[in-house]
Ligand binder design. Structure first.
Ligand code: FAD
Length: 141
């Protein structure tokens, strides 16, 4: 078995054409390296907070090339690891509860942003299970 190719999602949809490299140097207020979920959400919230910001997202391959384009498609609030382990941190059990609350809020936030009219290509439908998790019915990144 060979690992490391693009994901099922990208193979099903077709790999996007490669964008040309920057023609030379450029200036920006913020430079984000990596167009995965982390980089793109940061760009989204920064731009919302200050529409005048010049933001450059540098991506070595294409948006969603990494784990963000290869995952199971679950928008999940599941804590990645055991509660007991997180509770050993200085914030203790109340910190874990707060983290879980924020994780649950994140699921709603993803749905809210994707439902916004100016988000074409975002997931178009959701099924929500009893744990508050959602699965997009179409690919959205
Ligand atoms: C198999 C699998 C299944 C998963 N399933 C789920 C799931 O169902 N639900 C869920 O919530 N999470 C899931 N996850 C976790 C989730 O996908 C990741 O936590 C998330 O995608 C990480 O996003 P990221 O932006 O931090 O990293 P990445 O998506 O990896 O993005 C990093 C980007 O940076 C680029 N890059 C790296 N170095 C450079 C450089 N020097 N210059 C320019 N660009 C660079 C890469 O090409 C890449 O596009 C899964 C992960 C995997 C691997």
């Amino acid at each position: 078995m060979r690992n490391g190719e693009v994901s099922y999602w990208w193979q099903a949809r077709g790999i996007p054409p490669r964008r040309p490299s920057l023609p030379g140097g450029t200036e920006a207020d913020v430079c984000i390296v990596g167009a995965g979920y982390t980089g793109l959400w940061i760009a989204y919230y920064l731009k919302r907070a200050d529409p005048g910001l010049r933001i450059v997202v540098l991506e070595a391959s294409f948006a969603g090339f990494g784990a963000s384009g290869r995952n199971g498609g679950w928008v999940t609030a599941a804590l990645p690891g055991s509660r007991a382990r997180y509770a050993r941190h200085p914030q203790g059990t109340s910190g874990v509860r707060e983290l879980e609350r924020q994780l649950r809020d994140t699921v709603d936030e993803v749905a809210r942003v994707c439902a916004a009219p100016r988000m074409p290509g975002c997931a178009t439908g959701w099924s929500r299970n009893g744990r508050g998790e959602t699965t997009p019915r179409s690919l959205g990144i």
